[in-house]
Design a protein around this ligand. Structure first.
Ligand SMILES: CC(C)(COP(=O)(O)OP(=O)(O)OC[C@H]1O[C@@H](n2cnc3c(N)ncnc32)[C@H](O)[C@@H]1OP(=O)(O)O)[C@@H](O)C(=O)NCCC(=O)NCCS
Length: 208
């Protein structure tokens, strides 16, 4: 399946919120995504989509023409079905993974890894020294994904999740030479396994 990583757009929010509701309790609201896209100076939100082949009508719409002018060609600006999403906040030396999820029907296909790799690549591009995140202690799947990229558990935060009082692990990846080499190897492997266009990790922020 042809895939594309790209910055999240406002008209992705409805689909993203639907995946969020199936993935997290509590989930982020529509307004939170609008804030991340419209207001936040530090946020780099990403989606992984099934790459769309732009139809003549889609190419012709005013919105796609505008996107085509802003982002490249009209074909690059057509929307595809969203398989998952994520986000990082970049503040000084730190990149903080704020969220990551794939659609429950699409899990186990390597898409979560593509999203994580895209965000690690973005953090490197932004010059971050390390990446941090919080994960539920019960969430073995996500922890295993993070460990694959070299993240380690640095601190257990008691009752971090207000909704049910579960603890979180703070996990951290220092972006040293070893982490960069591991990332390059894993990212290269993803590129050979998937028909993947990465229009996110090296792209400039849509709001400049
Ligand atoms: C965590 C999540 C994003 C992983 O996405 P995914 O698309 O299922 O994962 P992938 O298919 O890309 O698998 C990547 C890695 O995750 C881990 N993983 C995936 N499924 C797993 C499973 N059933 N059991 C254990 N580890 C698993 C493995 O390390 C895997 O690497 P491998 O293929 O080399 O074994 C997804 O499960 C999800 O959206 N969960 C709900 C939201 C969530 O918990 N987000 C994390 C918040 S901190």
């Amino acid at each position: 399946m042809p895939l594309r990583l790209r910055y999240m757009w406002l008209d992705d929010i409805q689909e993203v919120v639907a995946i969020d509701r199936l993935s997290f309790q509590p989930s982020w609201r529509h307004e939170s995504y609008r804030f991340e896209l419209n207001e936040s100076r530090t946020s780099h939100m990403v989606v992984l989509e099934k790459r769309a082949v732009a139809s003549a009508s889609a190419r012709g719409s005013w919105l796609n023409q505008l996107r085509g002018r802003l982002n490249g060609t009209a074909a690059e600006s057509a929307r595809g079905d969203i398989l998952g999403y994520g986000g990082i906040w970049s503040i000084a030396d730190e990149a903080h993974i704020s969220t990551i999820a794939t659609h429950p029907a699409q899990r186990g296909n390597g898409y979560g890894e593509i999203l994580l790799a895209g965000m690690v690549g973005k953090a490197l591009r932004l010059g971050a020294g390390y990446i941090v995140l919080e994960v539920r202690v019960s969430n073995q799947v996500a922890q295993s994904l993070y460990e694959k990229y070299g993240f380690s558990r640095v601190e257990r935060r008691r009752r971090y999740y207000a909704s049910d009082g579960e603890d979180a692990w703070d996990m951290r990846l220092t972006l040293d030479g070893a982490a960069r080499r591991r990332f390059a190897q894993l990212y290269g492997r993803l590129q050979t396994r998937h028909d993947l266009a990465d229009a996110y990790s090296s792209a400039g922020h849509p709001r400049g």
